[in-house]
Design a protein around this ligand. Structure first.
Ligand code: C5P
Length: 240
């Protein structure tokens, strides 16, 4: 089980967004020992299933399984039960799934697995909300959903680095805050809209940063991970 991160490196989560086990192994060998956790997401898990989790665990790295579960409570509870057999540290559910679904996930996980609530994808901007029948600002929505998640017993929240402070004010230290949408200064934004630099995310109070393309697509992924850890350490005022 993953506790609060202790070192700057523990706070860095690589999003292993690759298509197959061969690509995964190549990237994992480059970053082993240089990131805290590895996030296995929809692309790789759909392609390879639990073998993707094993590839990460074989290298002694903890797994964040990012399946963003969103279904009826019984189905989500069943998926959490299955995830418990895969030796993963964190698993995501979507907070749009109502309190009954969130409570079912938290209950099934118990103390064995951190269930994280995804509030609003960081690729969604203000202009997208009306088209999916959501009213208010991204910030209003994520604070309400984060509060619901914490009240339902989830142990972490996934949100934009720009929303950490209002969420912390609403839920205090009850939950860990995990932020994707991280872009080092000058990096390509890709499809991310509510993004920030690693230093800004840490200064805002994020516990963990999820970084995919800025590491995966770097000429030297290991060096890119080290530079991110250095930036995190700088923002915390500690050594690596
Ligand atoms: O490549 P990049 O750093 O943008 O990758 C971000 C990762 O975080 C992706 O794996 C994406 O699925 C995930 N994520 C996100 N926004 C959320 C939740 C997860 O970008 N709200």
């Amino acid at each position: 089980m993953t506790a609060r991160p202790v070192s700057p490196r523990d706070r860095l989560i690589l999003a292993l967004d690759v298509a197959d086990l061969n690509e995964a192994s190549i990237l994992l060998d480059k970053v082993a020992g240089r990131v805290g956790l590895v996030k296995v997401g929809l692309e790789l898990f759909t392609a390879c299933g639990p073998a993707a989790v094993r590839a990460v665990r074989e290298r002694g790295i903890g797994v964040f399984l990012d399946l963003k579960l969103h279904d009826i409570p019984a189905t989500v509870a069943g998926a959490v039960k299955s995830a418990l057999t895969h030796d993963v540290a964190m698993l995501t559910v979507h907070t749009g799934g109502t309190s009954a679904m969130l409570k079912a996930a938290a209950k099934e996980a118990g103390d064995h697995l951190m269930i994280l609530g995804v509030t609003l994808l960081t690729s969604i901007g203000q202009d997208d909300l009306a088209s999916v029948c959501l009213a208010g600002s991204p910030s209003d929505i994520v604070v309400k959903r984060a509060t619901l998640a914490a009240d339902c017993g989830l142990r972490g929240i996934v949100c934009s680095p720009n929303e950490v402070q209002p969420i912390r004010r609403a839920v205090g230290d009850r939950v860990a805050i995990i932020t994707p949408g991280i872009r080092p200064a000058g990096a390509e934004m890709g499809d991310q809209k509510r993004a920030a630099t690693p230093a800004a995310a840490i200064s805002n109070g994020a516990d963990y940063l999820v970084v995919g393309r800025p590491i995966r697509d770097a000429a030297d992924p290991g060096a890119a991970a080290d530079a991110l850890v250095d930036e995190i350490a700088g923002a915390l005022g500690t050594g690596r």
